[in-house]
Design a protein around this ligand. Sequence first.
Ligand code: PLP
Length: 418
Amino acid sequence: GFFRANIKQLPADPLFGLKARYAKDLRSNKVDLGIGAYRDDNGKPWILPSVRLAENMLQNSSEYNHEYLPISGFPSFTSAAARVILGDDSKAISENKLVSIQSLSGTGALHVAGLFLKNQYKSENESANASLPTIYLSNPTWANHFQIFNVLGLKTESYPYWNTSTKSLDLTGLLSTIDSAPEGSVFLLHATAHNPTGLDPNEEQWSKILDALSKKRHLPLFDSAYQGFSSGSLAKDAWAVRQAVNNMGSKYQFPGLLICQSFAKNVGMYGERVGAVHVVLPSNDEILQNAIQSQLSKIIRSEISNPPAYGAKIVSKILNTPELYKQWEQDLITMSSRIGKMRQELVNELNRLETPGTWNHITEQQGMFSFTGLTPEQVASLEKDHGVYLVGSGRASIAGLNPGNVAYVAKCIDAVVR
Ligand code: PLP
């Protein structure tokens, strides 16, 4: 029949495939450094204390029900989410230059942003798909970025980012791609805690990147999935986003700016799918604002009708209750500092073992991940011979390290490197 003749088997998703192999592995000392989810000192998922408090509060409040949310989401969530990324004193908020809508976490936000862009460019030139913008992605990037945009029929290109030999940012390559890309292209930027490298531009490098984007009237699309994970500070980790937004319409002439925000990691609400898309306009323009709101609403209505309520209510409770917000800031420090400590211990162990090569990049990187520089062969041997699981690119989720396994992991890395 038609199905048999036409439907092809696709390869398993590399990360979820890895998770399945790990689950089947019977070795008791196996270590999961694959998926990007925070684990505590015992290797267990962590429900944030701020989340526990918010859940109790919510369940005892009149907001607790399982009714539908509005199409654009839980209003006190989306407005508070905008303040988290843009800052309480953001002019984009006070001058009303913003449209926010709730999404299915960061992935859903990227999808909505991509479809929004696709629809707008299409209506500008009905027939010509050639006029669709190309989305530029860092090389390397989160692998799902390609699929999210490609399934929408959007073209993706790569910009240089990680210099393999120096294990640092290829700023020259990045700037020259920004310069040579057709005017009005879309550049996806990891707001902080770059996945998979753990390498973020410093403030001076960010300024050069934003200058170059502005000169070519490119559209910045910030993917903010790890705010608070790099430094433990929400404000510090939003520096690049705020620098771009606060200088729009003056120093920077962006046609607009998009932010795809996830609360999966920084509130530990992975499975609850809490996120938002924020569209920032260069100036206050109520007609355009309403038009954008209507376009985003149509996408949400047709695809999911309305977003999930429970997680958004929990996150809203945290963001809108001062004591809970303080607890959340503390939780971010707990997570980011534990990861920082594990980076340090891993490097200390490798140095102690006099493992060949240099390893200081692991402590210079930030966020959930480290691009270790291990080769695909070394990664395969770590899995097969030692039960230590990481993705083929050599990316390790540092959150999977803990005091009970870090020495073992160092010993295994040492063994496969020699
Ligand atoms: N963007 C990046 C760079 C990510 O690493 C992730 C998750 O791994 C996401 C977005 C989206 O995650 P989620 O859809 O779970 O919010």
